[in-house]
Design a protein around this ligand. Structure first.
Ligand SMILES: NC(=O)c1ccc[n+]([C@@H]2O[C@H](COP(=O)([O-])OP(=O)(O)OC[C@H]3O[C@@H](n4cnc5c(N)ncnc54)[C@H](OP(=O)(O)O)[C@@H]3O)[C@@H](O)[C@H]2O)c1
Length: 347
């Protein structure tokens, strides 16, 4: 690295964009942050993201993203689904040092698998340009990446629960029961995020079809080498604003010796600075406001059942925090730079 980094955030008016700004303004190795927004152009950033008031008096920028690339090292896209696929081609032609996309557009490398969950891919020729940025699994292997697809929020929690089990599951199809807070649906109001419909409520959605299953299954197949490996995401909307709480349950055919599951987690994540293994199931509020994943893993007395619980902040570990972690890893910066803040409790 030669000097402080400059980063442009596209879609900076949204929830994920706001969290990226919050992290990047406080990142010790980032010297310039440009907040690009189509909807908020010209407004003060702190008017839209009020907690940023002590950090910046700047305004949202507009204009062509390709032009901004000439004066920035990194571009992060926090745009609505499909927008990245439209923009990424011209952006990559300008050879940015690093592009990170936080939408789902480039997370699934196999266009056929993508099509099953999302419909035909609008830019399949660009899929091979991207690396999948599940940071706590790939770690320093991201060094040198120039285009990264940041995993989805449910998908992050699910895959972090699954990865250490990759050699233990056999033919089991794990159930991934997960609850998300309302900020997972973004800043624009919808029927399902309206306060009276969401507060004090809980409901399942997308049965047998949640889109994040595509990236979960993709990874599981890569890790196990089994083309038919599968997992089922049971997605729920919960009454909280932030966070994802996920419980994995699996029946395995062959009884596991005592301590196998705990040992697999300890070995998979021993060196990972932003994932903490607990000796009891985590509580969601303990992960909120931080870029840490909190996990607990155990097995039944007879060794035939596995249960893993995972708590993350959907906007941080599930989005902006992981994207900054990916930037750090790709550029060879200290992995936790700008990410060591812990949340507030109670929240
Ligand atoms: N929310 C999560 O937990 C989460 C987690 C992981 C990944 N993601 C992904 O990250 C991307 C952004 O998600 P998000 O939750 O930040 O969505 P969002 O809040 O709905 O923002 C999406 C886009 O809408 C625009 N926008 C924001 N406020 C607006 C307004 N009042 N009027 C018109 N446009 C407005 C923003 O672009 P401009 O500023 O350019 O107008 C932003 O790019 C999505 O692809 C999502 O799938 C989200």
């Amino acid at each position: 690295m030669t000097g402080p980094l400059s980063v442009v955030v596209a879609g900076a008016g949204g929830y994920v964009g706001g969290e990226l700004l919050r992290l990047l303004y406080q990142h010790p190795l980032v010297g310039k942050v440009t907040a690009h927004s189509r909807s908020q152009l010209g407004r003060a950033i702190a008017e839209v993201h009020p907690t940023l008031l002590p950090l910046t008096s700047a305004r949202f920028a507009g204009g062509e993203l390709t032009e901004l690339l000439a004066s920035h090292d990194v571009i992060m896209l926090a745009l609505e689904h499909g927008e990245s696929a439209r923009l990424v081609g011209p952006l990559l032609e300008h050879q940015p040092r690093l592009l990170i996309d936080l939408a789902a557009d480039f997370r699934v490398a196999d266009a056929a698998l993508y099509a099953r969950y999302y419909g035909p891919h609008p830019a399949p020729e660009l899929l091979p340009r991207f690396r999948y940025g599940l940071c706590d699994v790939v770690g320093s292997a991201l060094l040198g990446a120039t285009a990264i697809a940041a995993p989805g929020c449910f998908a992050t929690a699910a895959q972090l629960a699954l990865y250490p089990l990759r050699d233990l599951l056999g033919d089991a199809v794990p159930a991934l029961f997960a609850i998300t807070g309302s900020s997972g649906a973004g800043a624009k109001p919808r029927d399902t995020t309206h306060h009276p419909a969401r507060a004090h409520n809980l409901f399942a959605y997308s049965p047998f079809s949640h889109r994040h299953e595509a990236e979960i299954v993709q990874s599981l197949r890569q890790w196990t080498g089994r083309p038919a490996a599968a997992a089922r995401l049971l997605s729920h909307s919960g009454p909280m604003v932030r966070g994802i709480y996920l419980t994995l349950h699996a029946h395995v055919e062959t009884a596991l010796p005592p301590g196998t599951v705990a040992a697999a987690f300890a070995s998979a994540y021993a060196e990972r600075p932003l994932l903490r293994l607990l000796d009891k199931p985590p509580e969601l509020t303990h992960a909120i406001g931080s870029s840490y994943a909190l996990a607990h893993a155990c097995q039944s007395d007879d060794g035939r059942e596995i249960q893993v619980t995972m708590a993350i902040d959907n906007l941080l570990k599930g989005a902006a925090g992981q994207a900054v972690q990916a930037m750090n890893l790709a550029l060879g910066l200290p992995e936790t730079a700008g990410l060591s803040a812990v949340g507030a409790f109670p929240c």
